[in-house]
Design a protein. Structure first.
Lengths: 286, 348
């Protein structure tokens, strides 16, 4: 191979500088911060301590992690169940309808997500649209109390993250060569069997990246829990935000952030191990 | 003698408001290499997909051993397919691809290994068991696709333009190899192609299709030598097609010339079309022939020259190994057996 000329180094230098300044730097700062001690009032004392990490082990904070994890898991499972068929059928639509479906999915992104979440308050509140519709259909006697509850947060999570799941499954299913399914049927597989042995196997990369794209944010999306969950549901994301602002305890917030980062990195590592081991991605089929 | 295996009876197929098959009647026999030949959009692939079970006919019947199967799903038919782009499963290796059908049938592992080994040997890929199918060459993928279909011991193998994606040299090799495999396994092959040379060199029976209809069914020799109409004559090989009259049995007339021929059974003075294959025409001196003209172009084609001879009425294409320079006055000689008389298109 030809060695790059010296000029090449200068060409990519801005990229290095940018990465150091805006990615590595803040990260190192956060990690360093997590070993510092918060002052009374404002600022930190740079004395090396693991107190912030041992504090996370306290039941109240452990409970927050568990709760976040549960919520993330619930919304991810529901996202899979709704998003997979959605993305799959979208990929099978005729071209014209495919484009329309794509626009329908992208449209909400043009409106700020906070505003869209406030829209859900209008729908879910006691005298809101949902209760109104259900009551006029005589499906319920008295209004459901959905807003400021666990289900409301799950609905919000799914609402915000579903497009990522749909698009990720879609891109995988779109690449699928449909003659493979015909081949499976030709070789003796019923429709269901062909789906599980071929279609599902080959769209798994899309599903897995969809899981990553929805699970990781749902660990940290504090504003959904804040807006739709009232103060009842405390997530790791909300906890970090709380400690940064009202609690003024930056070192503890940093420690929480580091743990969250480690957890999500492990998730991605697991994903890469799964996909590499089974050779599900980057295959040369048309 | 031979048993009928598949009967297509008056098959039609509409996609939306487009009719792609307009009444296909075809008998397919055991142990036959049958080719559906025609230009793209002629309905050959649709016919194949109906036999495979991927499409249902709009009307008509598909009989398999005398039993109507047009509503039967593909996985219940004793028919397997080799797809145009092979459609190998990218997540499985060579061995697992071939074993796919047997695994579904829950065949014993040791039996599977044995059968897969035998198939690989037949298609010349011994030792390829653990290879990644996505890293094989086109020709090798093709062989895996054939092995994957044949390992299920179908009664019929359908091949949808299987050599279309291969380059010329490998295609030639695969042609003779496919023919060899067909003789070896002794089952019916139904082969779809738009390549007339491929169809003529491999098949027992050629079915020429156009516009959703069968134009002619016959052996390669019949199809080439006795085309039934202008379409078949034009599609298969090159030809001079001339309008004329059948004066009586064994006597045909065009451009005022009368020729003896070997065709009969046409009404007297029937308007017909005559096919003259370029290689059947000979260039002679003008005083030795009825048809005379002037050479207007000579093209060297490797084995022969393609010479265009312009006469008072029309231009004839001649393939000959003799050279004749442009501008020379020549005569065209032809014998009774060089003349093929056809019904005019649309006359039946």
């Amino acid at each position: 191979m030809r060695k790059p000329k010296n000029g090449g180094v200068w060409m990519i230098l801005p990229l290095y500088l940018f990465t150091i300044a805006f990615v590595a730097g803040p990260l190192i700062y956060v990690v360093a911060l997590s070993f510092a001690t918060a002052n009374e009032g404002y600022g930190v004392t740079w004395s090396l301590t693991t107190a912030n990490y041992t504090r996370i082990l306290e039941p109240v904070y452990m409970k927050t992690f568990v709760q976040s994890f549960q919520l993330a898991l619930t919304s991810t499972v529901l996202n899979c169940l709704i998003g997979y068929p959605f993305g799959y059928y979208m990929a099978r639509l005729p071209d014209k309808q495919k484009k329309r479906a794509m626009i329908a999915i992208m449209l909400p992104f043009w409106v700020n997500s906070l505003i869209r979440l406030y829209g859900w308050i209008i729908i879910l509140q006691k005298k809101g649209m949902l209760n109104h519709v259900l009551q006029s259909l005589h499906l319920i006697d008295k209004p459901l109390k959905i807003l400021y509850s666990y289900p409301a947060v799950v609905i919000g999570m799914i609402y915000v993250l579903l497009p990522f799941m749909v698009l990720s499954v879609y891109s995988s299913a779109e690449k699928l060569d449909w003659s493979l399914i015909e081949a499976a049927r030709d070789l003796g597989a019923s429709g269901t069997k062909a789906f599980w042995t071929v279609t599902f196997r080959l769209t798994m990369p899309g599903l897995l990246s969809g899981i990553i794209l929805t699970f990781i944010p749902s660990m940290g999306l504090f504003f959904i829990a804040d807006i739709l969950g009232g103060n009842k549901i405390v997530l790791v994301g909300s906890l970090i935000q709380e400690q940064m602002t009202r609690g003024s305890n930056w070192p503890f917030a940093a420690a929480l952030a580091v743990i969250l980062l480690v957890m999500t990195t492990l998730m991605i590592a697991l994903y890469r191990k799964l996909t590499n081991a089974k050779k599900l991605e980057g295959m040369g089929w048309e | 003698m031979k048993n009928k295996l598949i009967e297509l009876k008056d098959l039609t197929k509409n996609f939306d408001d487009q009719q792609v098959l307009r009444g296909i009647n075809l008998d397919i026999y055991e142990n036959e290499f049958l080719t559906l030949l025609g230009p793209s959009g002629c309905g050959k692939t649709t016919t194949l997909r109906i036999i495979a079970g991927f499409e249902e006919p709009s009307s008509g019947e598909v009989l398999f051993n005398g039993i109507e199967i047009s509503k039967l799903p593909p996985y219940k038919r004793e028919i397997n397919t080799v797809f145009q782009k092979y459609a190998l499963f990218p997540h499985l290796n060579v061995e697992d691809n071939i074993a796919f059908g047997l695994n579904l049938k829950k065949v014993d592992k040791s039996v599977i290994a044995q059968k897969v080994g035998r198939m690989l040997k037949m298609v010349g890929l011994e030792g390829f068991e653990k290879r990644d199918v996505t890293l094989l060459s086109g020709g090798q993928q093709q062989r895996v696709a054939i092995a994957r279909a044949l390992v299920n011991e179908p009664k019929v193998l359908l091949l949808d333009e299987p050599l279309g994606a291969l380059d010329a040299k490998i295609r030639k090799n695969m042609q003779s190899e496919l023919k060899k495999i067909q003789r070896e396994v002794g089952i019916t092959f139904i082969y779809v192609t738009h390549d007339q040379e491929e169809a003529l060199s491999m098949s027992d029976t050629v079915v020429v299709m156009n516009n959703g209809e069968i134009q002619q069914i016959g052996s390669p020799t019949d199809i080439y030598n006795e085309p039934e109409n202008r379409f078949v004559a034009g599609f298969i090989g090159e030809s001079n097609i001339i309008e004329g009259h059948m004066l009586q049995d064994f006597l045909v007339e065009w451009d005022g010339f009368r020729f003896e021929c070997v065709d009969k059974g046409f009404p007297e003075n029937e308007e017909i079309e005559v096919v003259l294959r370029p290689e059947d025409l000979d260039i002679v001196s003008p005083d030795k022939a009825q048809i005379t003209g002037k050479v207007i172009s000579v093209t060297f084609k490797g084995v022969h020259y393609e010479i265009l001879v312009e006469t008072e009425y029309r231009t004839y294409m001649v393939h000959t190994t003799d050279y004749a320079e442009v501008g020379r006055k020549v005569g065209l000689s032809l014998g009774p057996e060089d003349i093929h008389v056809m019904w005019k298109m649309g006359a039946y």
